[in-house]
Design a binder for this molecule. Structure first.
Ligand SMILES: C[S@@+](CC[C@H](N)C(=O)[O-])C[C@H]1O[C@@H](n2cnc3c(N)ncnc32)[C@H](O)[C@@H]1O
Length: 375
């Protein structure tokens, strides 16, 4: 953190005693430059892999007891000529090109699960027939797979900052962003997001707790991730009522719940017939290793249930959802199933291939065939 003179025209004044800022090597000085967020924005043609242009299956309707829109119709805000986008490339260039092409302020929800700065090896291990193969990353993919950064944490912070600034610009005024991280860099990125999105726009730090085997024996096994939820402004979409869960048996037995753990009458609340609001810690979403039907042999794949909760909470049918680090395409698959439009990108060709197949499988799924045959 640093303090000092304010030379530029940007209104954040370092003479202000409340001013804090995370600084890393080579960070452009936004105050000296008089620019809110100085980030270069080239406009390059990008490589769109696939565009599937109709809302498809509504797989979750039955489970949620809710029909998103009549079977033969599009959601109201889903233009007929819309094309979903799956783009292969570095998301910095993808996003800056999207901005140059008129997408600023158009995206309703962004979820990202960026590399964690773990030093992990992202060499692709996959199956070809019965044989397990290992594919070394190409030079272009190396950055994504190796997850190592020549300038240490400073280069990671620069990388994240540039991308978060671009994401803010792409977000709609009532939009939300969820950033999935863990203890390695979560604390730095929180401070950075306070700078980019505003401290008061931080809505939640969600803790996703899970369980499973661990090789750690001299530390407590790391079994939680954190997901920062920020909104662009104070006016934002949040459908928490769709996510209500049953109360605990003990609350149901008394018909009441306590606000603070005290027993005084003033702290007792009647139960809501619709169920309980889910807390900001989630223990009911299993990791992908336990969901055999979803496994795509993509090392960092996240479960669909996690994305389902996020997309239902912070978007409406027909909204545009983006994941610029889409990996195996979990966000896009769930968006597709929930009748949302989507934009995805990844630097890895393997990730794009997995995502493309996943989306086409939804598109060609049995439900869809049945629906079309029934016409
Ligand atoms: C942790 S994985 C995402 C996993 C994903 N949430 C899923 O469920 O499959 C991170 C992804 O970010 C991609 N990535 C890393 N740096 C990138 C960049 N600069 N531009 C685009 N994609 C990038 C990697 O190739 C990797 O697929």
């Amino acid at each position: 953190m640093k303090g000092g003179e304010c030379k530029g025209s940007y209104d954040m004044n370092r003479n202000n005693k409340k001013f804090v800022e995370l600084i890393w090597a080579d960070k452009l000085d936004r105050i000296d430059l008089g620019e809110k967020f100085p980030v270069e924005k080239p406009n390059l043609p990008f490589q769109t892999i696939e565009s599937i242009n109709e809302p498809r299956m509504k797989e979750y309707e039955e489970e949620l007891g809710k029909e998103f829109y009549p079977k033969s119709e599009y959601p109201k805000n889903y233009p007929k000529d819309w094309k979903n986008l799956l783009i292969w490339g570095d998301n910095k260039f993808v996003m800056s090109s999207l901005i140059k092409q008129g997408w600023a302020g158009k995206i309703n929800l962004i979820y990202i699960d960026p590399p964690f700065f773990t030093g992990a090896d992202f060499t692709v291990r996959t199956k070809l027939g019965d044989e397990r193969i290992e594919k070394e990353p190409s030079i272009i993919e190396e950055r994504a797979y190796k997850d190592t950064w020549s300038g240490g944490i400073a280069s990671y912070l620069k990388y994240m900052y540039e991308r978060l600034v671009l994401m803010r610009e792409l977000l709609a005024e009532n939009g939300s962003i969820y950033v999935h991280l863990d203890w390695h860099v979560g604390h730095y990125v929180k401070v950075m997001m306070d700078e980019v999105f505003g401290w008061t726009n931080c809505r939640n730090e969600i803790v996703w707790c899970y369980t499973g085997p661990s090789r750690q024996s001299r530390d407590f096994p790391d079994k939680h991730d954190i997901i920062f939820r920020y909104t662009k402004s104070e006016k934002y979409v949040f459908n928490i009522d769709l996510l209500r869960v049953p109360y605990k048996k003990s609350s149901l037995a008394t018909g009441r719940t306590t606000l603070t753990g005290r027993k005084d009458d003033e702290y007792l609340m009647a139960l809501d017939k619709r169920g309980k609001l889910p807390e900001d810690w989630w223990t009911d979403v299993a990791t992908i290793g336990y969901i055999h039907g979803e496994i795509l042999d993509f090392q960092t794949q996240k479960p669909e249930a996690l994305l389902k909760r996020i997309i239902l909470a912070s978007s409406d049918p027909g909204d545009i959802i983006a994941d610029f680090f889409c990996g195996s395409g979990t966000t896009l698959a769930v968006a597709e199933k929930l009748g949302r439009r989507w934009i995805g990108s990844d630097l890895s060709k393997f990730a794009i291939q997995v995502t493309r197949k996943r989306l086409l499988d939804i598109h060609n799924s049995k439900d869809l065939v049945d629906e079309e045959q029934g016409k």
